[in-house]
Design a protein. Sequence first.
Length: 198
Amino acid sequence: MGLDLQYIDGQTPLDEDEREGLLIRVVATRGELDEFEQQNIEKAISWSMKRSFKSDVIFSEAFIQRLHVKMYGEVWRWAGIFRKTNKNIGVDKWQIPAELRALIDDAKFWVQNDTYLPDELALRFKHRLVSIHCFPNGNGRHSRLMADIIIEQVFKRPVFTWGAADLIKQGNSRANYLIAIKAADQGDIGPLLTFARS
């Protein structure tokens, strides 16, 4: 296949088998792929914002997988399917279902017990979800949309602005986002809370 993918800092490279899952054969460059993915993601955002989901639906493996399909199902055959390879980030592929169940159980507990303020809860969920890295690709964008759905649907608050920039492209906003993620990796959620509302 002639798909030429250049990766920027923080992106997860696709294995050859995963690249074979591309449904749109005319895609040859990263820019073209980003464009097709963005069109699919915009449909998913529209789908998610036109519906009302209860928190027990949002905090479920089925919803997490369904949202990934909505975001990437027109572009990738493996959309919504847990990855079958290990990556440069994330838990071991065999640990994905157990880690995801633990995150979902934790999130339900957090909501029921007002463990965190709404923004922090949504961002803690997002951060753990992306650190599990359920899918071959698209985990960052997927986890950000999950955080937006949580904050809007569970807590009835405005969605996050995420630095008001395209985080797929290299630049200051992406660099600041990655700094915030790395701080959260070390247990400091503060920079991510600030960035998400900047």
